[in-house]
Design a protein around this ligand. Sequence first.
Ligand SMILES: Nc1ncnc2c1ncn2[C@@H]1O[C@H](COP(=O)(O)OP(=O)(O)OP(=O)(O)O)[C@@H](O)[C@H]1O
Ligand SMILES: [Mg+2]
Length: 457
Amino acid sequence: MASILVIDDDSSICESLDLYLSEEGYRVRVALTGTDGLNLFVEEPAEVVILDVRLPDVDGFSILEDLQEEDENVKVIMITAYHDMETTITAMKLGAFDYIHKPINIDELEIAIKKALKTSEMEKKIDDFMTDPDRAFKTGDIIGNGPRMREIFKTIGVVAQSRTTVLIQGESGTGKELIAKVIHTNTSPDEPYIAVNCSAIVETLLESELFGHEKGSFTGAIARKQGKFELARKGTVFLDEISEMSLNLQAKLLRVLQEREVERVGGKDRVPVHARVIAATNKNMRDLVKEGTFRDDLFYRLNIVSITIPPLRERPEDMAPLVDYLLTKINLELHKRIGGVSEDVMEMFLQYNWPGNIRELENLLVRAAVVAKGQILGKNDFPDLLAEKGNGPASVADEGKDESGRFLTLEELEERHIRRVVMETTLNKGEICQMLGIARPTFERKLEKYGISFERE
Ligand SMILES: Nc1ncnc2c1ncn2[C@@H]1O[C@H](COP(=O)(O)OP(=O)(O)OP(=O)(O)O)[C@@H](O)[C@H]1O
Ligand SMILES: [Mg+2]
């Protein structure tokens, strides 16, 4: 139960707040003078203090400072009969959490109390992370409350006891790499974890990256190089975007998995492979096998254990805990004190269909946290989402209409499309230009024109 201390010389205010707030489930103490209030606080701190600026014995501001000296995390809501800007500014500068005018509007006060408590709670979590930052991020807390995520946790527990190959499938941004890392840390934490993106490099380079090469085996091979399978030792090789691997390399990978040995490019020696392979894809592998772009024998070899992560839109139960978790992480990284999102934002989040899944949610929260003025993120802190009107991919595919059925102008359509590509992919500018079929200066101009921020690269 959260505790609140009311310090006000007006006994009728003290009484009515005591009555009302106790009824609301808070533990309430009251004091009619600054000195009494401070003594009560020293005896036992309160999470929130409601403090009158004008007190008979001491100035409210000096009490504010004393309270903070006692407990730097205390949330003080100042109350005054005076509407002057200067007092308000002084109070906020001195570190008051909020400032409310008399006559007290009880709804306003209650909102302020709730915000204060939410912020305290968030600060406590940050402190926990601070004292033990490894705990959360090394094991990679995976948020998941629903039955499908719980099934995945069980599978992770089971595969962590063996070294079988795992195939992780899921839409972009659903946490495939996160799960790969958690499997790794739960299996062989002291061995290397090595990730290779199969779509990022040309085939010949990928081959030598994976398997290594001997000196002089091709132009540019000036020294012998160990491949990722060797470097991973008894750890993990994470093959991201496995569907993008050429058929030729697929054949080679299959051999490595069957024989548990690699041959460096241009070499004869066979090097034993001990690493566990985890592969990931956002494509439907069975379709690719049917189309003939992915070897069925390799698919079966990789798919010994398969984990399919549900998209965020199918996990409404995870939305609130994810927002909480991500904000804690963001606060820590950006040195912010964001307490949460407003109810209408949460509603909007639950309506939206998140084509970029958790990565998209994280990106949105980071952007909002950077520019937000308040401690609770409101609707206006998410202009991109408002522009989307909660339709995700459908909004462009929906014959380019807005939600009232009006056809969009070409310009509006262009803006939405660019926003989506920037937000939902992790591509760099060059790659996006290629995808959109426009030159870099044109792209830059459009970003500027539509006020779209591009934070990576
Ligand atoms: N269940 C979860 N709990 C907490 N954070 C998560 C969860 N799932 C994903 N994330 C976070 O979301 C971001 C995206 O996750 P990750 O990179 O693992 O996705 P991915 O599926 O590999 O995406 P892509 O297909 O685009 O490569 C990361 O910052 C990750 O930590
Ligand atoms: Mg990934």
